[in-house]
Design a protein around this ligand. Structure first.
Ligand code: HEM
Length: 135
């Protein structure tokens, strides 16, 4: 990934971290209102789920310049998602709601370039997870 893209993602994520609990609550709320069919896939407590999600994004963001270092981890994550009952088409729903949530949380701080940078990260993540899911 281009260093400038990586730096845009890191800058906006740094603004999210202090408000991650609220942002995650808002994210899952939006996701389940928009796509109620996804709600039953989640069996655990959503607060705990949100913490795991944030930890995983931290890991991904720490390796934007070296995606090969996290590829095996992300493929395995994708395999587990297939077991949770997540379908390939669900990733686009997730991405759409995630970008919307970031935009809501960051307002003008998330400009068009930052949004495009997040999409790039998310699309790479999705691709790698789906490689793992297909195995
Ligand atoms: C693309 C980026 C995604 C990341 C980084 C991510 C991350 C995680 C993590 C870290 C967990 C904790 C359990 C584990 O490690 O296996 C998890 C669980 C889960 N994720 Fe994701 N996820 C992503 C996409 C999705 C999508 C698109 C869906 C579709 C609805 C989804 C649904 C779930 C479900 C149902 C669980 C299990 C929760 C439970 O049983 O309570 N995830 N995810």
């Amino acid at each position: 990934m281009h260093p400038e893209t990586a730096s845009r993602v890191r800058q906006s994520w740094a603004l999210i971290l202090p408000q991650r609990k609220t942002v995650c609550r808002d994210f899952y709320h939006r996701l389940f209102v928009r796509y109620p069919e996804l709600r039953p896939l989640f069996k655990g407590e959503i607060g705990e789920q949100a913490d795991l999600f944030v930890t995983m994004i931290n890991t991904v963001i720490s390796a934007l310049e070296h995606p090969e270092r996290v590829r095996p981890l992300i493929e395995t994550l994708g395999g587990r998602h297939a077991d949770y009952g997540v379908h390939p088409e669900d990733y686009a729903k997730f991405e759409q709601v995630l970008i919307e949530t970031l935009r809501e949380a960051l307002g003008d701080e998330l400009d068009a370039e930052a949004q495009a940078a997040w999409r790039e990260v998310f699309e790479a993540l999705t691709q790698t997870m789906q490689v793992g899911a297909a195995r």
